[in-house]
Ligand binder design. Structure first.
Ligand code: PEP
Length: 252
């Protein structure tokens, strides 16, 4: 088992194309700091092609923040897998907690998105995580189990091997409160156990990212945990040097 670390930045609804270009130039200049670590960035849809062009040949992945499950249709405001691919994306986040909470995305819908991405050749990154009340009630594992089993329900075991999971406790996203390394490891080990149940031995190769207020200062201790295979980074990814510092802290 050798899982190469993966650090991805989620810009959310930040950065114009000009700002995105400047970020890419800074990232390219510092890429040596991330040697041995896979990198990806999730720009807003308007900047996807700009970022894909600016990072061409660098090996840095470019992901959508969301994608629709249908191939095309009357879905105002949505983007298809073909559109993301055409813009240069190689993957997409699915079910980020902001999509779940603000746009009513639920596990059954995400199951459709997972297989739509796989069919199109776009790498799905399924985001899961518990709300604070669920953690306080001791229901974290029940929630994670349900989100995983429902979200992956339409994928075959072989397809599940092509999915990346991002564990993002909702109470840690954008709050400055991060999970302790022990909490992260406990959740990641549980997730890997469920993946074993769904996909067998392939689960050992599936990367499980931690997300929730990851910063250069706290990345090393989180990433040192055996089942934490990298990070999904929101706020701290808006500055390229900060994402590179997190990648450097992730290096085995
Ligand atoms: C995120 O948006 O996925 C995230 C983890 O945000 P932050 O790093 O700002 O908590």
């Amino acid at each position: 088992m050798s899982r190469r670390p993966l650090v991805a930045g989620n810009w959310k609804m930040f950065k114009t194309r000009a700002e995105a270009s400047a970020w890419c130039a800074e990232l390219r200049a510092g890429l040596a700091d991330a040697d041995g670590v896979d990198l990806a960035v999730c720009p807003p849809a308007t900047a996807l092609a700009t970022v894909a062009d600016a990072l061409a040949g660098s090996g840095v992945g470019v992901w959508g923040q969301n994608v629709h499950q249908a191939e095309s249709g009357a879905f105002t405001g949505e983007l298809s897998t073909a559109m993301l691919l055409e813009a240069g994306a190689t993957g997409s986040l699915l079910g980020h907690s902001e999509r779940r909470a603000l746009f009513n995305e639920h596990d059954d819908l995400l199951a459709e998105k997972v297989v739509a991405c796989l069919a199109a050749g776009l790498a799905p990154v399924l985001c899961i995580g518990e709300l604070e009340y669920a953690r306080d009630a001791g229901s974290t594992e029940t929630i994670l189990d349900e989100q995983l089993r429902k979200g992956l329900a339409l994928a075959t075991p072989a397809q599940i091997a092509g999915v990346t999971i991002a564990y993002e406790p909702v109470w840690a996203i954008g709050t400055g409160r991060t999970a302790t390394p022990e909490m992260a490891q406990e959740a990641h080990a549980f997730i890997r156990g469920v993946l074993h149940d769904l996909a067998g031995e392939a689960a050992d190769d599936i990367r499980i990212l931690y997300g929730g207020s990851v910063k250069p200062e706290n990345a090393a201790e989180l990433m040192a945990e055996p089942d934490v295979d990298g990070a999904l980074v929101g706020g701290a990814s808006l500055e390229a040097p900060s994402l590179l510092a997190i990648a450097a802290a992730t290096r085995p």
